[in-house]
Design a binder for this molecule. Sequence first.
Ligand SMILES: [Zn+2]
Length: 208
Amino acid sequence: MDRFPTTFSHPFKWAGYGAYVAKRRIRAAGILLALAMLLAGACFAEPADDATAIVAENPFMQIAIDEAIEGITQGHGGPFGAVIVRDGEVVGSGHNRVLANNDPTCHGEVSAIRDACANLETYDLTGCELYTTGEPCPMCLFACLWANVDKVYYGCTIEDNAMIGFRDEAFDNLMGDRDELGDYLVCMDREACLELFAAYAGMERVIY
Ligand SMILES: [Zn+2]
């Protein structure tokens, strides 16, 4: 039995995805914002240097941003850093290493979960909170739930991720309504993370 007919996956391959996203962006008037972000990114003469000046209000989000900056500066992947905190202490951190590892599952949140689990020698992160520069994609969201992470704080939204070329929004539409998660996902320090995304948008980068 073919569980995944070709019509199912096609819109999420690059060829069909451009038209799909364009339609959504026009409807949401998102193109204007995307252009504004690209212009903002273009204004960064030295994106990596400017990115290091980004200041978050929350100290753990700052660590997540610094992780992301390390990742994009070294060309490891997208501008996604994450940190895991238990009782006010950092127990793990990581950033997106999709390009560095040739691993499409190596998102920032997954890297941080692997690091925290290794450091704590457990598969159960009950009592931990995760801070990430971008709202978790479905894979990372469910990885947090599998790991029993108590709560997730994110900077940029799924829509922001789409603005800089990532496919999160298309995959997220398969998942259904995030409202059912209640306050499990909390947005914070979006402005600082948008600065990070703008710096990344101004860099030469591989879109994946
Ligand atoms: Zn992810």
